[in-house]
Ligand binder design. Structure first.
Ligand code: ADP
Ligand code: MG
Length: 315
């Protein structure tokens, strides 16, 4: 059954000059430029765990690649190639066509070639591996943050979690929020622009405080975050009051924004890089030596998140 589907995928997948051999043989042959490091990341999306089962196939395709490109962005890598493992309940060509609409649209935006994969029968599940390139010494790792560095975040936080909260309560889901849940924007250009400027970087997938906590642990520092400084979209402000909104922004998942640290002296360079990448960045706090992630309101009151991080939406 898979062969028809694989032919469908092969016919639509674009290539690049550095793909010596793409879909069709036992394995792909790729030519990385001399003197660059290969950056590899993989993420799986399971139906009912990582996306609502009724999500449009094109949105599943988009998101499966987006969450992977977001990992490359957080490393400062330039995306190049990807592979795709598809587990499908049945050989549904309509699903695959829709899936490819979203997947290949995002791949084209980033000049990523789909060079291989696997197609099997099973519960709906999508696993993507992305391959990117970065110059030696230029990758942004989680362990480079230093006491005194500013903490920054890109774009806005909480939109995807807001959509999920609305979806779970069986109410109407705001279309702008829903689009942020279904079609996250990987901040690849920002990641590239921050090479040599940011001291550490992570993409926000499990919730800002949880992911910032990973950076703090890896770097041996603490963080003080002003929860009222967290950037919110107009759509989120219009749909949630301030306290539930803070919770969504601080602990909701699926944002796929970049959270990064940089020395205070690099502020102008951060802003210039963000301008060049065409994405807003907001300073949300500072790293300190106390350990852990502390949160205050702008009035200086202690604020405590109800849960440390997003648990996805399956109970
Ligand atoms: P094998 O038995 O050698 O693993 P497959 O029949 O699984 O071969 O795959 C045949 C070719 O199609 C391989 O080049 C593989 O990389 C590619 N392929 C299979 N599934 C996909 C997919 N979902 N997306 C992209 N390429 C795929
Ligand atoms: Mg195979």
């Amino acid at each position: 059954m898979e062969f028809d589907l694989i032919a469908r995928i092969r016919d639509r997948a674009a290539s690049r000059g550095d793909v010596v051999l793409g879909i069709g043989d036992d394995a792909a042959l790729l030519q990385p430029p001399a003197g660059t490091l290969l950056v590899v990341a993989m993420d799986t999306l399971n139906s009912g765990v990582h996306f609502p089962p009724e999500t449009a196939p094109a949105d599943i395709g988009w998101k499966a690649l987006a969450v992977n490109l977001s990992d490359l962005a957080a490393m400062g890598a330039l995306p190049a190639w990807c592979t795709l493992s598809l587990s499908l309940p049945d050989a549904d060509a309509t699903f695959v066509d829709g899936f490819l609409d979203g997947f290949l649209a995002l791949a084209a935006q980033h000049d990523v070639a789909l060079v291989g994969g696997d197609t099997t029968r099973g519960p709906l599940s999508v696993c993507v591996t992305v391959h990117g390139l970065v110059e030696p010494g230029m990758a942004m790792c989680r362990d480079g943050a230093r006491v005194g560095d500013d903490i920054w975040v890109s774009g806005s936080l909480g939109d995807a979690a807001g959509a999920l909260a609305q979806w779970k309560s069986n109410g109407d889901v705001d279309a702008v929020l829903r689009a942020r849940l279904d079609r996250p924007t990987p901040r690849v250009a920002l990641g590239r622009a921050l090479r040599g400027i940011a001291s550490a970087c992570i993409d926000v997938s499990d919730g800002l405080l949880a992911d910032l906590g990973h950076v703090c642990r890896a770097s041996g520092v603490g963080a003080l975050v002003d929860v009222d400084a967290l950037p919110a979209s107009d759509a989120l402000r219009a749909t949630f009051d301030s306290e539930p909104r803070r919770q969504l922004q601080a602990t909701g998942g699926d944002d796929y924004e970049l959270c990064f640290s940089a020395p205070a002296a690099a502020q102008a360079a951060v802003l210039a890089g963000a301008l060049q990448a065409g994405v807003a960045v907001t300073r949300i706090g500072r790293l300190d030596a106390r350990g852990g992630v502390a949160t205050l309101t702008s009035a200086g009151a202690d604020w405590r998140a109800p849960t440390p991080g997003w648990q996805h939406f399956a109970a």
